[in-house]
Design a protein around this ligand. Structure first.
Ligand code: ADP
Ligand code: MG
Length: 742
């Protein structure tokens, strides 16, 4: 057991470290770039199409463009030319190594570094070293990848995994202390071409979307459309706290969230943090991170305080979804790295602190054609408006048909603490359109526009659509999927998610819906007299069929839960329930039909997700048990020993009585801690005997989660009754306020 002195010492040490960190890291920025206009250095560490156009021989550049635009195979000569150009560029910038940068299904990014050097034997057999990089090395790599999760798709004797260059995403340089590394964005796949990463399905879904949406657009009159692209803008939320606190908290170190901790008397009640002035120390960190991101070509646009204390947001200007997805993983990485330089820790977990808002990542999504026109943007002509309405209803139908898969795509143990809480969108997928668009679709649905010509469409109020983007004022923060003027905002995505996963599902759902709409429109065109009339009829049918997914009210309310049930919308409260969608043939057929994920690929993803759930929650529970046993229980005992000694010295009966009552309350809390500890511990031990991962996950998410909740409640209650000087863990009030108020 700790002595009181030890613990007091520990606590003082924590505070000392904190004070030290605070003075030490009034940071001098690592970059002098802030003073230069951003445009001077934006993207200076990237090698994308712009640089290639400048540096490649004409022939090679055109070859590359043919690959990108028409899917033509990249020739060896072109690959060699690109490799030479990028090697010269990156070596001149101080690169010593290159790596194939990929996104395995762990949800993180992975890198395996190789030096550029190659050994040459001279005429006299002397060994010489030179920088070398070939087209072959650029295009394909074979990391020893047997330890990446494949969900059973690769047996270890066939453990080969390959990486292949994705030319559509720019290469970039990651700066290191002693030399830089050229990172080549790649896909990661197995021997038989099976996707082992999150990027491959995203690229396939983009292809499917482009194909199906283009067909549809041609049919409604955009005859010259060549490609359709998904666009994505991610609003990344995160917490920043002083690093010295983290080193004192096993839960933050091991799980990224606090598993214990009584609420701070001040949380977010004052609502003063949202959009408030950014604390100086955090602002210095943000600026530093932004400079790094600008150099990497990430177009960061917005930064602000979020709702909870110590919570912030960063958002870029939207880009092609594949690039935006890569840029978001880079952003998370840069935020974490730069925070360390500032004596801070950036927490990207969905729920680092109980009782205050968690963090999400709003995925703003739209589709645009090869002229750069946003297809969800109401335009200036009746045709553009009709197109906007058609595309909107196709997307509505996509969300309606595949709401279960969309829900499953955002399922993670972290997001479970957020979805359905009184702060985040509910775990039910629904779409908020806003009153104007809602009204327009309702009137079309009623048949008022059944025989509409272009003129009539206008008289029905469609002519007001162009005003939506300027005029729409109604926002609904409770909706998981909201139309916001000229894009949809998927708000239920968790802050730590790899957005490639939900965007793949969204793209494919849309592709599938466009495909079906095309078939139906062809039939309608055969029946109706005019094209616009047929399109209006399709809009009407789609709006009608997808009506159940539309909800304009308060998504946090209990009535909505009941209403959603009555509408037969799927409700999956936990990850474990949601993941079963990937086990349901009907729910996943659209992924297979559109060649985005094969059945074995989906199966493997399901297994990996269940296994990750089990491992993550087991780690959390073991950490919680350890903290209770090694931190909380000894501290409470020390407090009781101290109280016991004090009790004897009290002279009056009243004092003794009051003091006795306090001791009793603390003893009760200790008893509860010990009981819950025992139940959780034996529950976890019993789980090891269980063979089925799915059963394990279920037990963890229900029974054992409840035991952990009880253990925490008892520990938190004990915290409130123990002397501050004894408590060994940094407290909520310190972690959340110390560096932002100062
Ligand atoms: P909010 O009011 O939700 O903060 P913003 O206008 O700041 O909305 O935009 C949020 C994000 O949406 C930004 O990343 C922005 O670039 C992105 N966005 C805007 N238009 C589109 C679009 N057409 N497609 C995808 N994302 C978009
Ligand atoms: Mg937003």
């Amino acid at each position: 057991m700790f002595t009181t002195d030890d613990i007091t010492h520990k606590r003082r040490e924590t505070m000392h470290q904190f004070t030290f960190a605070k003075t030490r890291s009034q940071p001098v920025s690592h970059h002098a770039k802030e003073r230069q206009p951003i445009s001077e250095y934006f993207g200076e560490l990237t090698f994308g199409l712009g640089q290639m156009r400048d540096k490649l021989p004409r022939e090679a550049y055109q070859g590359l463009i043919r690959t990108l635009e028409q899917g033509k195979k990249l020739t060896k000569e072109t690959a060699d030319d690109v490799a030479l150009a990028v090697k010269e560029w990156s070596v001149a910038k101080g690169c010593t190594h290159f790596c194939h940068w990929f996104q395995p299904m762990t949800g993180l990014t992975a890198e395996k570094h190789d030096a550029f050097i190659s050994i040459q034997r001279s005429y006299h057999s002397e060994l010489g070293v030179m920088e070398k990089f070939t087209g072959g090395q650029l295009i394909q790599g074979e990391p020893d990848a047997s330890s990446f999760p494949s969900g059973g798709m690769r047996s270890t004797f066939e453990a080969r995994g390959y990486t292949a260059w994705d030319p559509s995403s720019p290469m970039f340089i990651l700066e290191g202390e002693h030399g830089h590394t050229l990172c080549i964005p790649t896909v990661f796949f197995g021997y038989h071409g099976e996707a082992l990463d999150n990027k491959t399905p995203l690229l396939r879904s983009a292809q499917a979307l482009s194909k199906e949406a283009s067909e549809f657009l041609k049919l409604i009159g955009d005859v010259d459309v060549k490609t359709v692209t998904a666009t994505l803008g991610t609003e990344q939320e995160y917490f920043v706290i002083d690093r010295s606190f983290v080193s004192k908290r096993p839960d933050l170190i091991l799980t990224g969230r606090t598993l214990l901790g009584a609420p701070s008397p001040r949380g977010q009640q004052l609502e003063d943090h949202y959009f408030g002035a950014i604390p100086t120390r955090v602002k210095a960190f943000m600026e530093d991170a932004e400079v790094e991101l600008y150099k990497l070509g990430v177009p960061i646009k917005t930064r602000h305080n979020e709702v909870a204390p110590s919570q912030f947001e960063v958002a870029p200007i939207f880009e092609n979804a594949n690039i935006a997805s890569d840029h978001n993983t880079l952003t998370m990485d840069v935020l974490k790295r730069v925070a360390i330089r500032h004596g801070l820790t950036c927490l990207i977990h969905e729920k680092p602190f109980a009782g205050i808002n968690g963090s999400g990542k709003h995925c703003n999504w739209s589709v645009c054609n090869d002229k750069g026109e946003n297809l969800l943007d109401p335009g200036n002509t009746p045709h553009q408006n009709l197109r906007m309405l058609a595309v909107t209803t196709v997307v509505l139908k996509a969300v309606f048909d595949h709401c279960d898969a969309l829900r499953a795509s955002i399922a993670s143990p972290g997001n479970d603490h957020r979805l359905g809480g009184n702060e985040a969108p509910p775990a039910i997928i629904s779409v908020f359109l806003g009153s104007l668009l809602d009204k327009i679709l309702n009137s079309i649905e009623k048949g008022e526009a059944a025989k509409a010509t272009e003129q009539q469409i206008i008289s029905l109020g469609v002519s007001q659509i162009p005003d939506i983007s300027k005029d729409y004022t109604d926002r609904n923060r409770t909706s998981p999927f909201a139309f916001t003027g000229n894009k949809f905002e998927f708000r239920a995505v968790g802050s730590s998610a790899n957005v490639a996963v939900p965007v793949t599902i969204l793209n494919t759902a849309a592709a599938d819906s466009f495909k079906k709409a095309t078939t139906r429109l062809k039939e309608l065109l055969a029946k109706k007299s005019g094209r616009d009339e047929a399109v209006m009829e399709l809009i009407k049918e789609l709006a009608k069929e997808s009506k159940a997914i539309r909800f304009e009210g308060n998504g946090y309310s209990l009535e909505w839960q009941k209403e959603a049930k009555a509408r037969k919308l799927p409700i999956f409260d936990t990850t474990v329930e949601a993941l079963e969608v990937f086990n349901t043939p009907k729910a996943i057929a659209f992924l297979v039909d559109n060649n985005v994920l094969s059945k074995p690929e989906i199966e493997s993803r399901y297994h990996i997700a269940v296994e990750r759930y089990v491992k993550t929650v087991e780690i959390e529970m073991s950490t919680c048990l350890e903290m209770a046993m090694q931190y909380v229980i000894p501290t409470v005992e020390s407090q009781l020993v101290a109280m016991d000694a004090a009790h004897k010295t009290l002279s009056t009966t009243t004092a003794k009585k009051l003091h006795g009552a306090r001791m009793e309350a603390l003893e009760e809390a200790l008893e509860q801690i010990l009981t819950s500890h025992k139940t959780l511990k034996s529950g976890l031990e019993k789980l090891h005997e269980e063979k089925s991962e799915a059963t394990k996950a279920k037990t963890l998410s229900t029974e054992l989660m409840e035991h952990m909740r009880k253990l925490r409640a008892a520990c938190d209650s004990a915290e409130t009754m123990t002397a501050d000087s004894l408590w060994p863990l940094p407290k909520y009030r310190e972690m959340l306020f110390a560096h932002t108020i100062a």
